[in-house]
Design a protein around this ligand. Structure first.
Ligand code: ZN
Length: 204
C-alpha cells in the first residue's frame, strides 16, 4: 500500500471526535471526520473515521473495536533483506487484525530466515534455529531467559492446533524486534555515525 497516495472521501461528515492510533500510518490522532451509521436491528452506532495524516478509513464497531487496529511493535530500520522486512511487517499487521496465531507463524518463519542468513543450516527445526541464534550470541545474555520459552511456544503453534494468545504473539514480536535491531539497525546506525566520516577522511 502506498501511503503517499491520498484520498478525498465524498460526503464525509463532522462526527463526534475520537482519539485513536491509525492502523495504516501509525500516527496517533483525534479525528472528527467520517461517517456514522446504525445497525438495521438496533440503534447502536458504528463509525468510520478518516485519518488526516494518511486519509485511510478506520471502522469502529458498536463495541468500540477498531479495525484495522494498531499493529503491535515498532518499525526497525535498515533491514537490508526485503523478505525479512516483509515478514516482520506481516507479523505486526496480523496483530492489528487480531490474528495472533498467524502472527506467531510469521515470526517463526522470520526467525528461521534470520538464522539461515547468519549461517545456520537450511532444513533444521524451529527450536534448532532459536538455539543457533542464542548460541551464536545474537541474543543478549539477559534476554536468553526468553529463548526456552519462545522455542516451546513456537513448537506448540506448529504441531497441534493451539490458538495463540495476544500475549504470546506480542512476546514473539518483541523478541524478533530486538533481534532485528541488533542485527540490522544498530550496526547500520553506528556505521553511519562513526565509520562513514572516517572513510571520507581516509579518501582525502
Ligand atoms: Zn493514518
Amino acid at each position: 500500500m502506498d501511503l503517499n497516495e491520498k484520498f478525498g472521501w465524498s460526503n464525509s461528515n463532522s462526527i463526534v471526535s475520537k482519539s485513536y492510533t491509525c492502523g495504516y500510518c501509525g500516527n496517533s490522532l483525534v479525528s472528527n471526520v467520517g461517517y456514522s451509521g446504525f445497525g438495521f436491528n438496533s440503534n447502536r452506532p458504528s463509525f468510520i473515521y478518516i485519518c488526516h495524516f494518511c486519509t485511510r478509513p478506520t471502522y469502529f464497531d458498536p463495541e468500540g473495536e477498531q479495525i484495522p487496529g494498531k499493529a503491535y511493535g515498532n518499525d526497525v530500520n535498515e533491514i537490508s533483506e526485503k523478505g525479512i522486512q516483509t515478514l516482520f511487517q506481516e507479523a505486526r499487521n496480523a496483530t492489528s487484525a487480531n490474528c495472533y496465531t498467524a502472527a506467531i507463524l510469521c515470526c517463526r518463519k522470520l526467525l528461521m530466515h534470520i538464522a539461515v542468513s547468519k549461517g545456520a543450516k537450511v532444513g533444521a527445526s524451529f527450536a534448532d534455529y532459536v538455539e543457533y541464534l542464542s548460541n551464536n550470541n545474537f541474543v543478549p545474555p539477559d534476554a536468553k531467559i526468553w529463548v526456552d520459552h519462545i522455542r516451546k511456544k513456537g513448537n506448540e503453534a506448529n504441531h497441534e492446533i493451539v490458538i495463540m494468545s495476544p500475549e504470546d504473539a506480542k512476546e514473539l514480536i518483541d523478541f524478533c524486534e530486538m533481534l532485528l535491531k541488533i542485527i540490522y539497525e544498530y550496526p547500520a546506525s553506528i556505521q553511519k555515525k562513526y565509520l562513514q566520516p572516517k572513510n571520507d577522511l581516509d579518501n582525502k
